[in-house]
Design a protein around this ligand. Structure first.
Ligand code: SF4
Length: 300
């Protein structure tokens, strides 16, 4: 197959290298039960992530806090767009209990975007980190947060909760950003990442990119350069898979060989860890990426 020319039309079968790991195992069933018992959401479910079977079978789930409806309406995302309720003060404890029930020692937490809250939900994130640390000895926590509308004060609240990894996804290249993330801004996202590294240089910073939305390889390279220049340590690159009919269609499927090229390119640029592949999502094998970054920092 010509890997450059594969433009599978919308809603057609995925190419053979896209493998959905949605098989229900005993372990993934128990993860579902724990999440339901604690009344928690995950991005695994809300974003219809294709890795649920694999991740949940390994006991890894990414908690989605601050509700399951979003104040933004990004065109690649299937999370419902509606006015969310106030933050639930019991949620940090339920996340900690669920993580303990699941036997997690590396916990990934993300949220919907809460532009309605004065701090964008930053204090709630910090409470989740604090509560997890109190509940699980030695736990490591990765936060994947929104852009806080560029508010430095809010962004530093999450930084000062001292997560193991602090992430914010750029998601797409500069040219496509206004179309697929109309309420966001490419430079605002870059500035957030840059500010964290400048103000809290000991933090491990992460960002991620989706491909297959119509970007060129040169644009991907430029986005990687921008992220590295902003001080990002860990980068993820994965194939966009239209999660619902209302979302922007897939423009192109990238061949696994191209992901390998991009991963090598990212590591050559100086990222401490790069996780690139068709089914990679920002939280995919997150602990392994954090360990790779820690090892890289130890060696340098
Ligand atoms: S990659 Fe992340 S969002 Fe997807 S199933 Fe795994 S933990 Fe959940």
């Amino acid at each position: 197959m010509d890997k450059q020319a594969d433009k599978t039309p919308q809603r057609r079968r995925h190419p053979e290298w896209i493998r959905a790991h949605l098989a229900h195992t005993e372990r993934s069933g128990s993860v579902r039960g724990v999440l339901a018992a604690h009344g928690l959401h995950t991005v695994c479910q809300e974003a219809r992530c294709p890795n649920r079977g694999e991740c949940w079978d390994a006991g890894a789930a990414t908690f989605l806090i601050l509700g399951d409806t979003c104040t933004r309406n990004c065109r690649y995302c299937s999370v419902a767009h509606a006015a969310p309720g106030p933050p639930d003060p019991g949620e940090p404890h339920r996340v900690a209990q669920a993580a303990r029930d699941l036997g997690c020692h590396y916990v990934v937490v993300t949220s919907v975007t809460r532009d309605d809250l004065p701090d964008g939900g930053a204090e709630h994130f910090a409470q989740v980190v604090q509560t997890l640390r109190a509940a699980i000895s030695g736990v490591r926590v990765e936060l994947l947060v929104p852009d806080f509308l560029g508010e430095e004060h809010a962004a530093l609240i999450v930084a000062d909760s001292q997560p193991t990894v602090l992430g914010h996804n750029i998601e797409t290249v500069r040219r496509l950003f206004p179309d697929v993330r109309p309420a966001g801004n490419y430079d605002r996202s870059l500035n957030l990442l840059r500010m964290w590294k400048r103000e809290r240089p000991a933090l491990t910073i992460k960002s991620g990119l989706m491909v297959g939305l119509g970007e060129t390889r040169a644009e991907i390279t430029q986005a990687l350069c921008d992220l590295r220049a902003a001080g990002v340590d860990i980068v993820t690159v994965g194939q966009y898979l239209q999660p619902s009919r209302d979302c922007v269609p897939i423009e192109r499927y990238m061949h696994p060989d191209e992901f390998q090229d991009i991963q090598a390119q990212a590591l050559a640029m100086g990222f401490s860890a790069a996780v690139c592949g068709p089914l990679v999502r920002s939280s995919y094998h997150a602990e392994d990426a954090a360990n790779a970054a820690r090892q890289d920092n130890t060696n340098s």
